[in-house]
Design a protein around this ligand. Structure first.
Ligand code: HEC
Length: 156
């Protein structure tokens, strides 16, 4: 019996080691999208920018700030999946490439997601405590996004 457990442990460890070989390309872009960048398009106040940077940009921009544990699989795998899906839905670095209608919809979606505490993802804030959006921060961000959305919709 003991022998079997030892075997299972060794096999498990070998599988873990083999998993480390899978290191997909990192979400890092040194070519910054200047014009289409959300923070260049709008006059984003510093406090709002900081919140977006710490709580959203890891999954919704072209540059992820990778924590140490991200070098270890399977953590990296799940992270890359979130980044891929997050960027597909909303990329703050390429916001200006969306149609005006889509930009408006995204502003609305951002307000909704923050209001309902759906974003940032709970699985992310579990390990990134500093990414938790406090009630006071929530108010600041939603306030600013509401104003921005109003001024955008009155323009078109
Ligand atoms: C850990 C990665 C991660 C973080 C951090 C994160 N998101 Fe997301 N976000 C996702 C993923 C993945 C999706 C795709 C849909 C889903 O899984 O809910 C998504 C979807 C969205 C959507 C939906 C877009 C649409 O059109 O419906 C919005 C809006 C959004 N996120 C806003 C934010 C905001 C604002 C923040 C910061 C406060 C944030 N997200 C932080 C991963 C993340």
């Amino acid at each position: 019996m003991k022998k079997i457990i030892k075997k299972i442990l060794i096999i498990g460890f070998v599988i873990f080691l083999l998993m480390q070989l899978y290191q997909p390309a990192r979400n890092e872009s040194y070519e910054q999208e200047l014009i289409a960048n959300f923070t260049k398009m709008y006059d984003v106040p510093k406090n709002v920018e900081t919140i977006l940077q710490t709580s959203c940009f890891d999954c919704h921009s072209n540059n992820t700030n990778y924590p140490l544990y991200s070098y270890i699989q399977p953590a990296r795998f799940f992270m890359e999946e979130h980044i891929k899906d997050g960027k597909k839905d909303l990329n703050f670095n390429e916001f200006g490439k969306y149609s005006k209608r889509k930009q408006e919809n995204k502003l609305e979606a951002i307000i909704k997601q923050i209001k309902s505490d759906e974003m940032p993802l709970a699985s992310y804030t579990l390990l990134h405590k500093n990414a938790i959006v406090t009630p006071a921060q929530k108010e600041e961000v939603i306030d600013w996004f509401n104003k921005t959305e109003d001024s955008l919709s009155s323009k078109y």
